[in-house]
Write a protein that binds this ligand. Structure first.
Ligand code: CUA
Length: 339
């Protein structure tokens, strides 16, 4: 439908049909209302026009009429509200087993990194028929990730992650736009999403990689000295991170927070705001010490430590324990020496 109508982008994701149906419904409702208003306008103008010798009569309200034009629109708006909410929540709730892609926006390009390690700039390759989750952040100002053919748009913000997901339904190359004014070259911050048949995609995937993102994260975890405190056996000065992702964590003040991507991010950049019960607040901030790409790798690593309680703790060796815990030095709170 509408394939040759330039105002209507191609439908290439499972969500596109839902969004279009709602949009068409809105156009029809607005069109009918506009029509009704203009028909009434013309009709009443003719019917109650000024005539010689006829005095205008003042009408003082009508309960049935007022109830009618209040109650009918209310139901129409409720339909729009619930329909919209259903589409919104579907679009905002990524399926659990989706393939994950980290997106870093910057003036003025899109940097994309697959969990498997492939890096791309202004191009995103995905297979047909697979759920894909985008974990997005910005290195500078606010951008917006917009793929019209998928009916997807989400602001990409500095300092936090926003997520999106989609499942492409048709092989092809689709526009990727930045949809938030972000400076001089905003209009040039474009790219494409290349949807490939699974076999082709496999071939593309195998064409050179730096290894999984989580492995990069594991190296960083050791280099930065994280592993000296966050020990897999739970004996470190920081919490064991195995099986943390996706589960509630109890804070010192009794709050319970579910460990998602944003939680891990904040723990790294602003550990003071996330004081886990039972541990001294000795973790230093890594604000300014790690790039967005490195942060993504660290997040991917913590996620890879398992979100299932059944995961055997300690199966990943705490890398490079010989590294000194210099990250914690100089912290006045550092009272208890464990090692
Ligand atoms: Cu980035 Cu506009």
């Amino acid at each position: 439908m509408f394939n040759n109508f330039p105002l209507w982008p191609e439908q290439a994701s499972t969500m596109a049909g839902n969004v279009d149906a709602l949009y068409i419904f809105l156009i029809i409702v607005s069109g009918l209302m506009t029509l009704l208003i203009f028909v009434c306008l013309v009709f009443f103008a003719a019917r109650f026009r000024h005539r010689q010798g006829v005095l205008a009569e003042q009408i003082e309200g009508s309960m049935p009429l007022e109830l009618t034009w209040s109650i009918i629109p209310m139901f129409v708006f409720l339909v729009i509200f619930f329909w919209g909410a259903i589409v919104f929540f579907k679009e905002r709730t990524p399926p659990r087993d989706a393939a994950e892609i980290y997106v870093v926006a910057k003036q003025w390009m899109w940097k994309l990194e697959h969990a498997e390690g492939q890096r791309e700039i202004n191009e995103l390759h995905v297979p047909v028929g697979r759920d894909v989750k985008l974990i997005m952040t910005s290195q500078d100002v606010i951008h917006s990730f917009y793929v019209p053919a998928f009916r997807l748009k989400q602001d990409v913000l500095p300092g936090r992650y926003t997520t999106l997901w989609f499942r492409a339904t048709k092989a092809g190359t689709y526009h990727l736009f930045c949809a938030e004014y972000c400076g001089t070259q905003h209009s040039g911050m474009v790219g494409s999403v290349v949807v490939m048949e699974p076999a082709q995609y496999e071939a593309w995937m195998n064409g050179g990689t730096t290894g999984p993102l989580s492995a990069t994260g594991e190296q960083l975890f050791a280099q930065l000295g994280c592993s000296t405190c966050h020990k897999a056996d739970g004996q470190g000065r920081g919490p064991n991170l195995h099986g943390v992702f996706g589960h509630p964590v109890v804070m010192e003040d009794g709050r319970s927070v579910v460990a998602d991507e944003n939680y891990i991010r904040e723990c790294i950049l602003d550990p003071g705001s996330k004081h886990v019960r039972g541990y001294a607040p000795i973790m230093p901030t890594f604000q300014g010490l790690v790039s967005e790409d490195q942060l993504n790798a660290l997040v991917a690593y913590v996620k890879s430590l398992g979100s299932d309680k059944g995961d055997a703790p300690g199966k990943v060796s705490a890398a490079a324990p010989q590294l000194q815990n210099n990250q914690a030095q100089g912290n006045p709170e550092q009272g208890s020496q464990v090692n």
